[in-house]
Design a protein around this ligand. Structure first.
Ligand SMILES: Cc1ncc(COP(=O)(O)O)c(C=O)c1O
Length: 454
């Protein structure tokens, strides 16, 4: 695209498009980056820059860009039956086949899918249906959800309330009632002198304290991301999730694992709960279900919850026009076929993740990096002012943003949350591309350190 055309589009964008999670005034003045094409792990922008996308779009392009099979399937389904709903005692073949496929893929007895369009909507669905689950069993007061400060569960009223981002709660009068939060497990800044394993138990028992404070008869569910993504890839100690699971079982609190990021191979396992060895009762999924090629989400329920909803739930007063959209379902099935037939998750786990972990640890040796954490193909570099000390910069986020911009100039997309540099490449990244990522990230770290005289 020539420069003139790019400028015209940027002006139109500034005039008519409100961007999510942006200061729109500042963005309009600067001009947005327009992406024009993608192939494998790379995207190109309108100015012709080739960028290694080490963030897979937004944690989602798991099979990589440019897989024409997904477009072909979408085109076939649109031509045959572009749309029908699942409301009027009807549905479509791809929708049924996808529900069955998800029942097979997800762990344990998560055998029942309620389809939506996004991760946020999956969490809205869960809030409503879990409360309904308890209400129809004569426990309407067992309606409180416990989430975590700095957790991220989307941007709808329920999603943003379940999440614990202060900035989000500050807009729109959130959280909605009967949602409370406990501190998240982040050993690096919170663990003090405890070992990571000791700290994992301490962090999990905050859940028990909160349940006892509220009364178990009031607590419907606990919701958490197996690895907290948006806040900075907080990888909990190994001891955390099994202890959370034990506590949930003890007090009959449903365990909701938000797998919107971790699902579909991100950790090298199909689901993050498998990576940590625990069994959720309810599981929101989205993103990697279609590798981001088309919007789709689902709430998966186990036999117990779905059984009650079916036998005692009456008419579920919930759903959207596009719940179970046949085109989205067909694309998801094709995406899952590719993931399975090409053994993309297993290859990522066995051949890429160990090499990526090795190179990521090398980045951890940089003078600006206090911790290099990684689980499968999901990681973060924690930038710190004093190597060897677990302290933050006085003004959080400035250094991370600088590092992100430096990486971009070298043709590498990393995301920054505060001063954590986040990694989540397509699962199809090669070893050569891991080396490229390392070289570019190291240069960006060097330039950032020099700029702030470290
Ligand atoms: C863990 C988690 N849950 C839910 C969501 C919301 O998903 P969506 O943006 O599709 O609504 C996200 C988005 O990043 C997420 O990371």
């Amino acid at each position: 695209m020539d420069i003139q055309q790019t400028r015209i589009l940027q002006d139109l964008d500034a005039a008519h498009h409100l961007h999510p999670f942006n200061d729109n005034g500042a963005l309009a003045a600067k001009g947005t980056r327009i992406l024009t094409r993608g192939q494998g792990c790379y995207v190109w922008d309108a100015e012709g820059n080739k960028l290694l996308d080490a963030f897979a779009g937004l944690w989602c392009v798991n099979i990589g860009y440019g897989r024409s099979e997904l477009g072909e399937v979408a085109s076939r389904q649109m031509t045959q039956l572009a749309y029908y709903n699942s409301f009027f005692q009807c549905t479509t073949e791809p929708t049924i086949r996808l529900a069955a496929k998800l029942a097979e893929l997800t762990p344990g007895d998560l055998n029942h899918a309620f389809f939506v369009n996004s991760g946020s909507e999956a969490n809205d669905t869960i809030l409503r249906l879990v409360r309904h689950f308890w209400a129809v069993q004569d426990q309407p007061r067992k309606n409180i959800f416990i989430g975590r400060h700095n957790g991220y569960h989307g941007t709808t009223m329920a999603g943003a309330s379940l999440g614990g981002m202060k900035g989000m709660h500050g807009q729109g009068g959130l959280p909605i009632p009967d949602i409370v939060h406990i501190e998240p497990p982040f050993w690096f800044y919170d663990g003090g002198d405890l070992s990571e394993d000791e700290y994992g138990l301490v962090a999990a028992r905050r859940l028990e304290d909160k349940i006892l404070q509220l009364g178990p008869e009031r607590v419907a569910a606990f919701i958490g991301e197996p690895i907290m993504g948006a806040i900075g890839v907080y990888i909990p100690p190994r001891t955390y999730w099994p202890e959370v699971e034990r506590i949930c079982r003890k007090y009959d609190v449903l365990l909701v694992a938000d797998e919107v990021i971790c699902g579909f191979g991100r950790t090298g396992q199909w689901f993050g709960s498998q990576y940590f060895g625990f069994q959720p009762d309810v599981m929101p999924i989205a993103k990697g279900i279609t590798s981001g090629y088309i919007p789709l989400g689902a709430a998966m329920f186990n036999d117990r919850v779905a059984g009650v909803l079916k036998d005692q739930g009456g008419e579920l007063a919930h759903g959207a026009t596009y719940s179970g959209h046949p085109v989205c379902a067909a694309v998801a099935l094709e995406n899952i076929r590719i993931l399975q037939e090409e053994k993309i998750v297993e290859t990522a786990r066995d051949h890429i993740a160990p090499y990526l972990a090795q190179r990521w640890a090398e980045l951890g040796e940089h003078r600006l990096v206090g911790q290099a954490r990684i689980a499968g193909l999901m990681g973060a570099l924690e930038l710190v002012p004093h190597k060897g000390q677990r302290t933050t910069f006085a003004e959080r986020g400035t250094v991370g943003t600088l590092c992100r911009d430096n990486a971009l100039r070298h043709g590498l997309i990393l995301r920054a949350t505060y001063d954590s540099m986040l990694l989540s490449p397509p699962l199809v990244i090669t070893r050569a591309q891991v080396d490229e990522l390392f070289d570019k990230a190291w240069k960006a770290l060097d330039e950032t350190a020099e700029a702030i005289a470290i």
